[in-house]
Design a protein around this ligand. Sequence first.
Ligand code: ADP
Ligand code: MG
Length: 635
Amino acid sequence: MEYIAGVDIGNSSTEVALVRNSDQYEFVASSLFQTTGLKGTVKNVPGVVNALERAAETADIAVDDIDRVLLNEAAPVIGDVAMETITETVITESTMIGHDPSTPGGNGLGTGTIVDIATKPEDHPDAESYIVVVSEEIDFAAAAETINDWADRGMDIQGAIVQKDDAVLINNRIDREIPIVDEVSRIEEIPLGQPAAVEVAAQGSGRTIDQLSNPYGLATLFDLSSEETQKIIPVSRALVGNKSAVVIKTPAGDVEERTIPAGSLTIIGEGGNSISVDIDQGADEIMEQVEGMWPIDDIRGERGSNIGGMLSRAREQMAEITGQAIEEINIRDVMAVDTLVPQAVEGSVASEHSMETAVGLAAMVKTSELPMQQIADELEDRLGIEVSIQGVEANMAILGSLTTPGTDVPFAILDMGGGSTDAAYINDGKEITSVHLAGAGDMVTMLIDSELGLDDREIAEGIKKYPVAKAETLFSIRHEDGTVTFLDEPVAAETFGQVVLLKGDGQLEPIGVDASVEKIRRTRRQAKEKVFVRNAKRALRQTTPTENIRYHSFVVMVGRSALDFEIPEMISDALAEYGIVCGRGNIRADIGPRNAVATGLCLSYVGSQSDLAGTIPDGLATEVGWTQLTGDGGS
Ligand code: ADP
Ligand code: MG
């Protein structure tokens, strides 16, 4: 009897499958540890040791009892992601602004001429209605009293703009319901005597504002010409998804959307042709050129641009790992995604942000090989166990995925990891083609991070993995779909009113993010669609002899991004259009889409050890209790 461990070192995680082998074999453990260091370097060894220890513990043996460790011939690719902003909203002189404090007061839409609450009513310009400005010197009680007093004198006060965080306090003390936006830091810059509109969406309704975020809504309120309407589009766009906003029309107000040169990419095909594409032409154009040039020999970024910097960083990193010259390191794929990122607006009065267009980019760096033997040697030294490099990642993934009940050759797998989306297709003749494409889970996390302006990868990762809800009252939460769950215990004080992650264990984890549940959901789903649906299609096209996606009939999704609660469904839906049956893998009929490569490594060893055809072992069918594999080599 012997114990064999298959080890898959991925960009994100190191997975182990442990098998006990005698006349029959049996999988006795699976484990996982975060990959230490960059994939393919000796820094991976601690992570591997850790994952092996965990597997041994589960199987109730010592690591020493493991007789042989099998590493995969890891694909020599690493992924990297970056973001390039390509527009900038510049507000010249005075302007219209948008603002979204965390706790506005009141609700509804109000318009009117701006007046300072510290002035006398006699001094006010004649106007149909008014918006009052309350600077920090004015106490909330005094402000509320003045509003009530002015209203009694017949002034139609329709909204308030407040410097301190006092909106709710003022709202509680006035006789009429008006929208109040607070925390406007540079209130002195608000131009008195100008028309303004204030909008606050009904609290707890899960709604967002709908007039000020609509360019025609703004045009109606401010009586704008079509030319002016065009100009305020960046403003309305910045306000989409807000719970409150103020827009002020000022004399000579002007909002400009300026395009910043973002550099260009030069895509060099394997045939030697090359083409340049400007980043500011957007993701679709970039992807069209990439696909047009496929297969790609190298991609270069313009010197001095962000993109150029990112691509050369990736290249340098890879050169360092492999000890090869930088010139030998090629970028074989990029994935571009259009996105909008919040950026501080120049000339703002309340640190407003506007949504600037940007392009997110993931790159795939490829070298001739990774120094896997070094890892094997180091591991052998550390553990005193025989370590060998067993097989090519894509083949092992296919072999492991075939343990999913209901699968059979020919079929394709989509291995959706952190840095790359890999695909492999095995035909009737058991020949395997594979591709590694840039863009996967890490890119989704990056998009969520930047689009929501979080600047916190961990929170972004949480938002990617779990649904959100809002703790609306002490005893209830409202879900993404609008349904409400009542709780037995009150929520914690710091959770009340917050957007929370539903991690599935009944815990509500507040994330301290201002955006609404709807906005978070929309952002999250769009990021997943943009990256994974596009890459699934690309990958499947590249693994056919015809570049026609309909060539495929069966697709199995594996990799830990296939654990996602909505990605597999999005891909299945998209592929159903092509008549493709697509589902999440269930490795060894037991552990879901995880561990495919590690499992494949073990199977390739305990099965017959010739080519892949022979390595789809007879015994497998009886082991995991599914019907015999058809096809020549397997039965
Ligand atoms: P690799 O093979 O490149 O190491 P993995 O297969 O481990 O990659 O996948 C890593 C990716 O899977 C990361 O982007 C991570 O965020 C994502 N991921 C891990 N668990 C989940 C989950 N439960 N839901 C969604 N994504 C997940
Ligand atoms: Mg992997």
